[in-house]
Design a binder for this molecule. Structure first.
Ligand SMILES: NC(=O)c1ccc[n+]([C@@H]2O[C@H](COP(=O)([O-])OP(=O)(O)OC[C@H]3O[C@@H](n4cnc5c(N)ncnc54)[C@H](OP(=O)(O)O)[C@@H]3O)[C@@H](O)[C@H]2O)c1
Length: 249
């Protein structure tokens, strides 16, 4: 008999402790539970207490969570290794972990730049490279070797004031994903770039009520991401822009 865990869908979510990543985990778990469809979730972020609390909420008859606490800037491939050690494969990586320091161009320091690039660019590159290698080597399931979703931003293709280091990192992520799509088409690995506009999450800190009223929620962004996982394996959604109804802030 086959090991049961190798037949269940395995999803690794980075940035799962807060914001968009947490909303994706919650929605995936709700749908798995409703469909009584087995789901193995690897929840990665820096803050262990966030992940443990989420695991406690999501673990159920259908959903089984593993927590991987650590800083991607120090150990970019750790969540991948932990996920494979626990569940044997990765059907989907949903990479939501990301940072930003928002201030005027002339106030951005070398340390701000290094901090932002370390997580958003270097760690992202190494995390995706390791995941891709693993997916390329695994047997296809329902026509796909794997799916990789990366949350970049509308700031990956559009400049914003106070976002110089952030835009550098997000434009770089987009460049990487555009290259990966070329490989993904050859290998049956679906690559999706998600470009959200403003969604209210802990990344924003305090915002004035009139601004808050115009923003999306993390759940608004999570819903099309989870829907995209279910697309027919004959199709690849490669880019998804989702912004507030009345446009960018
Ligand atoms: N919210 C928006 O309006 C918006 C718009 C466009 C794009 N985005 C992008 O969407 C992604 C998610 O943003 P969000 O708004 O959900 O942010 P968030 O609420 O700040 O959550 C970010 C999550 O990523 C984790 N994380 C950050 N850096 C990490 C690192 N070096 N190693 C491991 N985990 C790390 C955080 O863990 P800890 O909390 O434990 O540190 C947290 O769980 C980011 O890439 C962001 O740039 C957001």
């Amino acid at each position: 008999m086959k090991d049961k865990t190798t037949q269940d869908r395995v999803v690794l979510i980075t940035g799962a402790g807060k914001g968009i990543g947490r909303a994706v985990a919650e929605l995936l778990a709700r749908r798995a539970e409703a469909a009584a469809s087995p789901l193995r979730l690897c929840l990665a972020a820096r803050t262990r207490s966030d992940l443990e609390a989420l695991k406690t909420r999501l673990d159920s008859g259908s959903v089984n969570c593993e927590v991987v606490a650590g800083d991607l800037a120090d150990a970019p491939t750790q969540p991948v290794e932990a996920c494979v050690a626990r569940f044997g494969r990765i059907d989907a990586l949903i990479h939501c972990a990301g940072v930003g320091r928002f201030k005027d161009f002339l106030d951005q320091t070398a340390e701000d730049l290094e901090f932002t690039l370390k997580t958003n660019v270097t760690a992202t590159f190494l995390l995706l490279q390791r995941t891709y290698a693993l997916m390329q080597a695994q047997a296809p399931r329902e026509g796909l070797r794997g799916q990789i979703q990366v949350v970049t931003s509308v700031a990956a293709e559009q400049p914003f004031l106070q976002s110089s280091t952030y835009c550098v990192s997000k434009y770089a992520q987009r460049g990487l994903l555009d290259v990966m799509k070329l490989y993904g088409r050859q290998d049956g690995i679906r690559i999706l770039e998600i470009k959200p506009g403003a969604a209210y999450t802990p990344m924003w800190g305090e915002v004035p009520p009139e601004q808050l009223a115009r923003m999306m929620t993390a759940e608004d962004v999570a819903q099309p991401m989870v829907d995209a996982l279910e697309l027919s394996s004959r199709a690849a959604l490669e880019s998804l822009t989702i912004r507030p109804l009345h446009g960018d802030l």
